[in-house]
Write a protein that binds this ligand. Structure first.
Ligand SMILES: [Mg+2]
Length: 187
């Protein structure tokens, strides 16, 4: 599979997320809510994996690659839902590089959660009060969230390109097999 640019990946996420095509097409609110809840849920799953890592459970880079890919998927999909191209917001660090904030995945997880939480709050207020999501405020949070995702990837020895390509492989495989709905990796 050929490597994608981050913008190509963002466009690809738009074509791949749909679980309910007949209902969801043309429904921007539904895309927004699913992308936001998806990001929150997948951040939680990644947190679980980091907790296990810190608890000395035996882990593999492949597990991290999948969970990190779930988070990159919803981050890019959310940016597309806001009408942004990922590369308008994010400058990816390519290759395997050292974590920017020291080798502590909890610290990176805290940054990811803080920024993701800000976005979720704004979307909640849109849902509750009808106030517009302030895109100029949430997109910098997604940029910070992305930096944290990269730090976690680098901590476990992965590049962001590897994470993205594994995510594409996993979802394309599910699409081919007609099992995109549901949950878990063993579909
Ligand atoms: Mg997941």
């Amino acid at each position: 599979m050929e490597a994608m640019t981050l913008n190509e990946y963002g466009n690809w996420t738009q074509g791949m997320w749909v679980s309910f095509p007949s209902e969801a097409q043309g429904n921007d609110d539904k895309s927004l809510f699913i992308a936001t809840f998806g990001l929150a849920g997948e951040t939680g799953e990644l947190a679980g994996l980091i907790h296990e890592l810190k608890s000395q459970r035996i882990w593999t880079p492949a597990e991290f690659c999948k969970e990190l890919g779930d988070v990159t998927f919803y981050t890019c999909f959310l940016l597309r839902t806001f009408g942004k191209q990922p590369l308008d917001i994010i400058t990816p660090r390519l290759g395997r590089v050292s974590p920017a904030y020291g080798a502590d995945p909890y610290e990176a997880l805290a940054r990811l959660t803080k920024n993701m939480g800000f976005v979720v709050e704004k979307v909640k207020k849109y849902l509750r009060d009808g106030t517009d999501v302030p895109i100029d405020k949430v997109t910098p949070c997604l940029r910070e969230a992305w930096a944290a995702i990269e730090d976690i990837a680098h901590y476990v020895g992965l590049s962001i390109e590897e994470v993205i390509m594994e995510n594409v492989r996993k979802i394309e495989d599910r699409k081919l097999r007609g099992v995109r709905r549901g949950s878990g990796d063993n579909r």
